[in-house]
Ligand binder design. Structure first.
Ligand code: PLP
Length: 429
């Protein structure tokens, strides 16, 4: 889509609409068609052999690649400033796929303890079964990350803006630590979206998305993405055998040697997606692509509305505290001004003076807000994490991850802000 005859680099809004897409070569269809097919006819026996041997790029089977999904992969990679993307069936699947290419049983990684509750569960339970061991660290204390790194550490994982607490992570400092330890920095950029923040610019090596949230943006499709920044040297030592050692299943190909700065994305597809199988449906790719076209417009509106609601809540007598990095008094305001000057997103938490019971009452009384476990919808959403998303965690883990008993999480939609505030006002009353 980029016009190679001019020097201009398209802006974000242009990429959000055009990156990866072109009119369909056979029909002229302008919107990216849904290629609802499982498989693709080979030109001949040699073509089939070279596809299977990774000597030619092309379509074989939708578990490992699909033309609709390929447009989505190229678009998100372009928006994040990465070399390539790999779409998956969900954000969680993206995490499994990425770690599968980094970890051997018995290996470790260091993760911020301020994460989406589902990721805390995934790392504590499912990953342990694979023999992948998490060491938790505190994003407000960089030295805790340094202390958690051991010779077995294969990656550092964080969220740019953490769900649900409105924690803004100092990605630049974390990236320096990762570089010192010679491990990749993985950033889950779901809450910020590339419109507000592109962590690759500060040294992230791998970016993860739950496309389910703001990128799809309409609460209608689950999806995930791994973006390869193309920055990490996988061959520096023997610690990443999936990337630096000959692969027996592909006649001894060495991923990093053969695919250079998009080797990680190829490994995610050819080794992880092929064998584990969480492929994204082409129909979901289509819906998420359509969502991304309006990402800049929606996020600007989400941020404006969220700031207005956060300001209003801060002045309410039943509210103990509001944790929104866009507010001048917030503890993350300085980091927010540095990393997300266009806005601090639309997911944040606040505390009710009435504690657990007041939280339950509030979510029962809202009318415009939907009480559900999602974020990043056009609609305004509310949840009481302690009784829902974070209920599996111990009380100590709940508080540590920003989901104590008094905490309510909002995902502010793009409705009229006066209606959003009026609904909270009546529910609090
Ligand atoms: C929702 C979410 C995930 C998980 O994504 P799914 O698409 O639900 O699997 C991961 N990280 C963050 C920050 C999320 O909000």
């Amino acid at each position: 889509m980029i016009d190679r005859t001019t020097e201009r680099t398209p802006g974000f809004a242009t990429l959000a609409i055009h990156a990866g897409a072109q009119p369909d070569p056979t029909t002229g269809a302008r919107a990216t068609p849904i290629y609802q097919t499982t498989s693709y006819v080979f030109e001949d026996v040699d073509h089939a052999a070279s596809l299977f041997g990774l000597q030619t790029f092309g379509n074989i089977y939708t578990r490992v690649g699909n033309p609709t999904t390929a447009v989505l992969e190229e678009r998100v990679a372009a928006l994040e400033g990465g070399t390539a993307g790999l779409a998956t069936a969900s954000g969680h699947a993206a995490q499994v796929v990425a770690f599968h290419c980094l970890m051997q049983p018995g290996d470790e990684f260091v993760a911020s303890r301020k994460l989406y509750g589902g990721s805390i569960n995934q790392f504590n339970h499912a990953f342990k079964n694979f023999g992948w061991n998490v060491n938790w660290a505190d994003p407000d204390d960089m030295s805790s990350f340094e202390k958690a790194i051991t010779p077995k550490t294969k990656a550092i994982f964080t969220e740019s803006i953490a769900n649900p607490g409105g924690v803004v992570c100092d990605i630049e400092a974390m990236s320096l630590l990762a570089k010192k330890a010679h491990v990749p920095l993985i950033v889950d950029n779901t809450l910020a979206t590339p419109y507000l923040w592109t962590p690759i610019e500060q040294g992230a090596d791998i970016v993860i998305h739950s496309l389910t949230k703001f990128l799809g943006g309409h609460g209608n499709s689950i999806g995930g993405m791994v973006v390869d920044a193309g920055t990490f040297d996988w061959s520096r030592d023997d610690r990443y055998p999936m990337l630096s050692k000959p692969r027996p299943e592909y006649h001894g190909i060495v991923m990093h040697e053969t695919f250079g700065n998009f080797a990680f994305a190829v490994a995610c597809r050819a080794l992880a997606l092929r064998d584990i199988g969480p492929a994204l449906s082409p129909f979901n790719s289509f819906l998420i692509l359509t969502g991304i076209e309006t990402l800049p417009l929606r996020i600007r509106r989400h941020c404006d509305n969220a700031l207005a609601v956060a300001q209003w809540l801060s002045g309410h007598k039943k509210i103990a505290w509001v944790s929104y990095p866009g507010l001048p008094g917030d503890r993350y305001h300085k980091l927010a001004r540095k990393y997300v000057p266009k806005g601090a997103g639309s997911v944040f938490t606040f505390g009710l003076k009435g504690g657990y019971d007041a939280g339950i009452k509030l979510v029962s009384n809202v009318k415009l807000f939907s009480h559900l476990a999602n974020i990043g919808d056009t609609r305004s959403l509310i949840i009481h994490p302690a009784s829902t998303t974070h209920r599996q965690l111990t009380d100590e883990q709940k508080v540590a991850s920003g989901a104590g008993p008094d905490v309510v999480r909002l995902s502010i939609g793009i409705e009229d802000k006066d209606d959003i505030i009026a609904d909270l006002e009546q529910a609090l009353a």
